[in-house]
Design a protein around this ligand. Structure first.
Ligand code: ZN
Length: 394
């Protein structure tokens, strides 16, 4: 390669928003972040709120620790988006002058005990709403990650954190902080290392929900080469064993507000007409299911195949597939039965296939067909009725 070509090639790889790792970051963080990929600047960065009750204090060193950890999670998403064909895309993070990630420190009106796991999110979000009203323009998008210090009581402490909300809820999600929540423990086979995978993997997974992702499982082939999907059981492997984002997840993130590149003017989540399904067919052809959909108004059409029951938190087994646009508004995907092999009911019992319609502005719709393998034989068509089973959002 000629020098000029090399320089041009290096130019293409030039950082887009890659700040040097700040001087006050830990040595371990610099080591881990050394291979960072350039992240495309975002129009609407993710809001991160560090939330306290009226009687507690931040966990020591939280600004540096959480900055290091959030940049690591941002890099995980950026690298997985790149691998899935969306170079450098990740959720945006606001940075302070010293290189730390901006955290909104919000103090609630109640004692910390009242912000407990089961219902604490209601009080917490009400307090954050007041903060937003009192500080117009501070929150930059519709997505909020809330981080609260662990409870310190009979059950919970820095070696066994918990007690506070920890889940995704619409565009909000909740994670926790504790003294050993520090990137220096990443991948270590120690109690602190395993705790970090649990709580940082948990943060990355719940954040996925807060960024519009449902649960999904990988295909047999992808899991063999890439490990565990983050939105499957990846919260138990993150940072310790190979963990990845499916293309299905990446497509949803491509249409998520906080992944939108700077300068974009998309009105995310604004009301717009539902997709119009003009034709749909599902057939058992040889050793695969073939799904054909004709619909208008979609950026992507994804599919998930799973065993019953079809309810939240029993859907980690939903194997993710993506249609290809074959012409105009026609989408198609071939689902090899072998890729579903790990599902208990494949080939013998009831399964459901959800078609997920993703609109350019991030609105999403899900449409379910249920069928029973024991009633089918190769060559059969599986009835799909676009007029029924179609519902908004998820
Ligand atoms: Zn989940």
């Amino acid at each position: 390669m000629k020098a000029s070509t090399l320089i041009a090639a290096l130019g293409l790889l030039a950082p887009l928003s890659m700040a040097a790792v700040p001087a006050h970051f830990s040595d371990r963080a610099r080591e881990i972040l050394a291979d960072e990929v350039a992240v495309v600047p975002a129009e609407h960065p993710l809001n991160i709120v560090y939330f306290l009750g009226n009687d507690n204090q931040p966990v020591a060193g939280y600004e540096r620790r959480l900055s290091e950890l959030m940049l690591y999670v941002q890099q995980f998403y950026a690298k997985e988006m790149t691998r899935n064909g969306f170079p450098g895309r990740s959720f945006g993070l606001e940075r302070l002058e010293n290189g730390n990630v901006k955290l909104h420190l919000v103090r609630g009106k109640r004692p910390s005990r009242e912000y407990a796991y089961a219902t604490g999110h209601n009080f917490c979000m009400a307090d954050i709403k007041e903060y937003a009203a009192a500080n117009p323009g501070q929150l930059r998008s519709d997505h909020i990650l809330v981080i609260m210090p662990t409870f310190y009581d009979e059950q919970n402490n820095d070696m066994s954190p918990g007690g506070v909300p920890f889940y995704g809820l619409g565009r909000n999600c909740f994670a926790l902080d504790y003294a050993h929540f520090d990137i220096k423990h990443l991948g270590q086979d120690t109690h602190e290392g395993r705790l970090l995978t649990k709580w940082l993997g948990g943060l990355a997974h719940e954040l996925g929900h807060g960024l519009n992702l449902p649960h999904n499982e990988g295909t047999v082939t992808d899991k063999a080469s890439m490990g565990t999907p983050l939105m499957g059981a990846g919260n138990y492997t993150f940072g310790m064993k190979p963990t990845y984002l499916t293309l299905n997840s990446a497509r949803l993130l491509d249409r998520c507000q906080v992944f939108a590149p700077a300068g974009g003017k998309t009105a995310f989540y604004a009301e717009c007409p539902k997709p119009e399904i003009q034709a749909a067919s599902l057939k058992w052809v040889g050793d695969a299911l073939e799904l054909d959909i004709t619909c208008t108004g979609c950026a992507y059409v994804n599919a998930l195949v799973q065993d019953p029951p079809y309810v939240v938190n029993q859907d980690y087994d939903a194997v993710a597939f993506c249609t290809e646009r074959v012409a105009g508004n026609q989408y198609k995907v071939t689902i090899p039965i072998a890729e579903l092999a790990a599902r208990q009911n494949t080939g013998k019992g009831e399964q459901g296939i959800d078609v997920l319609f993703v609109q350019p502005n991030g609105n999403r719709y899900r449409w379910r067909t249920v069928f029973d393998w024991s009633q089918l034989k190769p060559g059969d068509s599986i009835p799909m009725n676009p007029a029924e089973n179609f519902w908004g959002g998820y």
